[in-house]
Design a protein around this ligand. Structure first.
Ligand code: ARG
Length: 467
């Protein structure tokens, strides 16, 4: 005889290896608060609909609340032989309240139960992710404001291209994070649909009230098709995809931090609390946080790939394969949240070496401005570009620089050069780029103000916790 909650049709116990192989409790125990919240809502609905006696529902709710306390206090004993979070909770409930516990699973299957738990978890985790992305974005906006006026070379192809404000560079990452916040708000909304009431796959032969459960758990919608509801994990894929994209952004930033902290760049210095040393080279101070964020990006991409592959070719409806959704999903979330946290701390505590950034802007970076000067004097841009290019080559050959070429010599290349050419310098180049989205100080100051408004709006996204 099997002692499993599903043991009726079995004549012997599960092989020990199979028991260990099929158990998911080490992973899905973190769903417990959601599992319990879902069960409480379900039990109350069953009683309200006259499907189970009110006294039993009361005992069930009281027992579940006690279990929640045991879990919170770390007293709960998780048992592998009880397979997963759902059966661990239900078996413990039976120990606590006896026979009434057996009525909880009326009009419910673990298939719609686990779909519910995951959606509740995903809503909360999406909201938490939004909070942490917003916190990082806020730190970047703070830095952009504090260092407004600091100039650096802007790069394309990692070659010095044109001068930009350091703040403008930071705000580029804020833009990425703003899109990320939108994606996680979308993840929240996608998960905001109650699957409970789908049963194992076909719906349920009881007069249940799905809307009542939806309301109690804060869902706006209920799923429309029971087969889809128990087998849909699109929301998990979308979450992992959104996480992968944040990691792409963080890893681009991390790469710049690695470059910037090198002696060759020297643009920023990391706080000692956010760097590590070498066990052999005493002089080393390494940007390990940035490197690990860059490295962990691969992990999250892998999580996304695992989820996509998991769904490929799965027939309807629930299949046990779906249990494998949790490790990658939880890993993506935990990795992302920790990366966001340490990244924020690293940025908040770094030192910006303004002089090094400014010194890295060579006159070459003003070549476009020389061309633009000639355009303002009437030349077509292509012709102006050619002349400025010759000037760059001339300066290079002379071992000199663009701004060191005398007005007389400039006029050899084009008679349009007047003495006002001396006004071409870094701050003029910045100020000239006075278009929306440009790096002119006035534009960047406005961008900071606008980003602050967005931060306030993004902080207002704080849906009620799911459990
Ligand atoms: N632990 C299972 C999972 O994570 C719960 C659902 C089990 N359903 C079943 N029919 N065996 O997917």
């Amino acid at each position: 005889m099997s002692d499993k909650l599903w043991g009726g049709r079995f004549t012997k116990g599960t092989d020990a290896a199979v028991e260990a192989f099929t158990a998911s409790i080490d992973t899905d125990r973190r769903l417990a608060p959601y599992d319990i919240a879902g069960s409480i809502a379900h039990a109350r609905m069953l009683a309200a609909q006259g499907i189970i006696p009110a006294a039993d529902a009361e005992a069930i709710v009281a027992g579940l609340e006690q279990i929640a306390g045991e879990i919170e206090r770390g007293e709960f004993v998780w048992r592998t032989d009880r397979e997963d979070v759902h059966l661990n909770v239900e078996a413990r409930l039976a120990e606590l309240i006896g026979e009434a516990a057996g009525r909880l699973h009326t009009a419910r299957s673990r298939n719609d139960q686990v779909a519910l738990d995951l959606r509740l978890w995903l809503r909360d985790t999406s909201a938490e992710t939004v909070r942490r992305i917003v916190a990082l974005a806020e730190t970047l906006v703070d830095q952009a404001e504090r260092h407004l006026g600091v100039v650096m070379p802007g790069y394309t192809h990692l070659q010095r291209a044109q001068p930009v404000l350091f703040s403008h560079h930071l705000l580029a990452y804020v833009e990425m994070l703003r899109r990320d916040v939108g994606r996680f708000q979308d993840c929240w909304a996608r998960a905001d649909e109650l699957p409970l009431g789908s049963g194992a796959l076909a719906g349920l032969p009881y007069p249940i009230d799905r809307w009542r459960v939806a309301r109690e758990l804060g869902f706006t919608r209920i799923t429309r098709n029971s087969l889809d509801a128990v087998s849909d994990r699109d929301f998990a894929v979308e979450f992992a995809a959104a996480a992968a994209l944040v990691m792409a952004h963080l890893s681009r930033f991390a790469e710049e931090v690695v470059l910037w902290t090198s002696a060759e760049f020297g643009f920023i210095t990391l706080d000692d609390a956010f760097a590590t040393g070498s066990s052999i080279m005493p002089q080393k101070k390494n940007p390990d946080v940035a490197e690990l964020v860059r490295g962990k990006t691969g992990r999250v991409y892998g999580d996304l790939m695992a989820l996509l592959t998991l769904l490929k070719g799965l027939p309807l409806s629930y299949n046990r394969d779906l249990q494998e959704d949790k490790p990658p999903l939880f890993d993506a979330a935990e990795t992302l949240l920790s990366c966001l946290d340490v990244f924020r701390g690293m940025v908040a505590s770094w030192t910006v070496n303004a002089a090094r950034m400014e010194a890295a802007i060579s006159d070459d970076a003003l070549a476009t401005d020389f061309a633009d000067y000639l355009v303002r004097k009437g030349l077509p841009f292509r012709v102006a570009h050619e002349i400025a290019g010759r000037l760059v080559r001339r300066a290079e050959e002379a071992g000199s620089s663009l701004r060191a070429i005398t007005p007389e010599e400039l006029r050899v290349h084009s008679p349009l050069f007047g003495d006002d050419v001396a006004a071409i310098d870094v701050s003029a180049a910045l100020a000239a780029r006075d278009v929306p989205g440009g790096t002119a100080p006035t534009q960047v100051a406005a961008a900071i103000a606008e980003a602050r408004q967005w931060l306030a709006a993004a902080r207002a996204f704080s849906p009620a916790p799911s459990a």
